[in-house]
Design a protein around this ligand. Structure first.
Ligand code: GLC
Length: 418
């Protein structure tokens, strides 16, 4: 009887794929080609190790994904072992994540130190960096040439060029042509765009590292009021409901001169089936006036292991594989995801596929972080108020003086921040 039972148990185990086989679930992203790419690497690891991994797809919008993660983690559920988390979340989610230090064998030393610092909470390594992001300006090289224009230096230059080309192309028969597409929906993406405008005009960073609420200042007001003028002139009114993919859809089909987006849009714009293949330039976002500066928001995604996973050790092993130089290189070459490992920015294959990674290296290393460290567990509330205030101005329901004045009062009330 005893022998029979253990034989049945053994057969069950073998059917599951081997004596130590486990089933892991990973939530990765689904913007552009992200999902397929995640599946490819995950399947390689599964094959190598004899385990099974299910890839689940969370919502695209960062803040909606956060809400879902918080719901799952808040209930202590073991339904997700590995989570792809935004660069602004380590502080928010730390209490639900596993310290990866015991599993990393020092691999974190190869990554940009600022990203490891960002992912370290109370001395614990809560996530491994997977890819980094910075806001970039995409433009139509062919159209700028056709109209004898140089890539713009300031936002005002950009708006003037956008208008000129938009008018010219419409007169020539393309009535779908727009000057500039970007992320104007009331969500985390708008926070990124607006942090860039404000910072480029020298208007600070909403809540400063020393805890001071700085958003109510003349430069920030100017930045947001200037952006509001684009809506309905060089940008379609629908931009108020655009995320990354909507903006890319318009630009990649050939119907916008300029686009603000993250690096992932590059590889997609260069695919054979892309109508703008070979016609696209990538540069730093414009300055806020002659005395302003180029400012890119720092984005990017990390991989973390849930504290409620029943297979944390194995999950950490998959995280270390996915964030390894080998996989990061493959993701950079095939799909333009920016590595978080400095040495890969000198790799000839990476640079050949993505010349902008070399040309704009300093854009990536000096990108502006959103105020997630100083606002920690309240970051999402702060960001939510900021994007709503900005959206109010963009949609003409308020002006920046009033909207940022109200935001200032509300953020001070929510503090103190230090
Ligand atoms: C990108 C960035 C991320 C940001 C998001 C906003 O995915 O990498 O950091 O929060 O866009 O839409």
């Amino acid at each position: 009887m005893k022998t029979k039972l253990s034989l049945i148990a053994l057969a069950t185990l073998l059917a599951a794929g081997g004596a130590n086989a486990a089933l892991l679930r990973i939530a990765c992203g689904s913007t552009g080609g992200e999902l397929e790419l995640c599946k490819t690497s995950v399947n390689e690891w599964a094959k190598k190790t004899g385990n099974e991994v299910l890839v689940v797809t969370p919502p695209n919008d960062s803040n909606e994904r956060l809400a879902l993660y918080q719901q799952i983690l808040g209930s202590g559920s073991d339904k997700i072992d590995i989570l792809q988390i935004d660069v602004v979340w380590p502080g928010l989610l730390a209490s639900h994540l596993v310290d990866l230090k015991p599993y990393s064998k020092g691999a974190e030393k190869e990554h940009f130190p600022s990203m490891i610092a960002n992912n370290t909470v109370n001395g614990k390594l809560m996530a491994m960096p997977w890819f980094t992001d910075a806001g970039l300006l995409y433009y139509r090289k062919d159209l700028l040439e056709k109209y004898n224009l140089k890539p713009p230096v300031t936002w005002d230059d950009m708006a003037a060029e956008a208008k000129k080309i938009q008018d010219g192309e419409r007169a020539a028969g393309n009535d779908k042509m727009w000057g500039y597409v970007w992320q104007g929906r009331a969500y985390e993406g708008l926070t990124c765009d607006a942090v860039e405008w404000v910072s480029s005009y020298g208007g600070g960073n909403i809540v400063e590292p020393n805890g001071k609420v700085s958003i109510n200042n003349p430069q920030a007001i100017k930045a947001i009021d200037s952006a509001a003028k684009w809506v309905g002139t060089i940008s379609p009114k629908a931009v108020l409901n655009y995320g990354e993919e909507e903006a890319r859809g318009v630009f990649q089909s050939g119907n916008s001169v300029f686009m603000r987006n993250w690096p992932y849009a590059w590889a997609l714009s260069q695919k054979d089936e892309s109508p703008v293949k070979g016609k696209v330039g990538v540069m730093a976002l414009p300055k806020g006036g002659a005395n302003g500066r180029n400012a890119a928001a720092l984005g990017g995604w990390q991989l973390a292991v849930s504290k409620y996973s029943k297979n944390a050790k194995l999950a950490a092993d998959l995280v270390m594989y996915l964030t390894s130089p080998e996989v990061q290189k493959m993701r950079a070459v095939s799909n333009g995801y920016n590595p978080t490992i400095a040495s890969l920015y000198k790799d000839p294959d990476v640079l050949k596929a993505n010349p902008f990674m070399g040309d704009l290296f300093s854009t990536f290393t000096s990108a502006v972080a959103r105020p997630s460290s100083v606002t920690a567990s309240k970051y999402n509330q702060v960001s939510n108020q900021f994007w709503n205030a900005t959206h109010d101005v963009l949609s003409g329901n308020s002006n920046a003086t009033d909207a940022l004045g109200r935001l200032d009062a509300s953020l001070k009330h929510m503090g103190p921040w230090k």
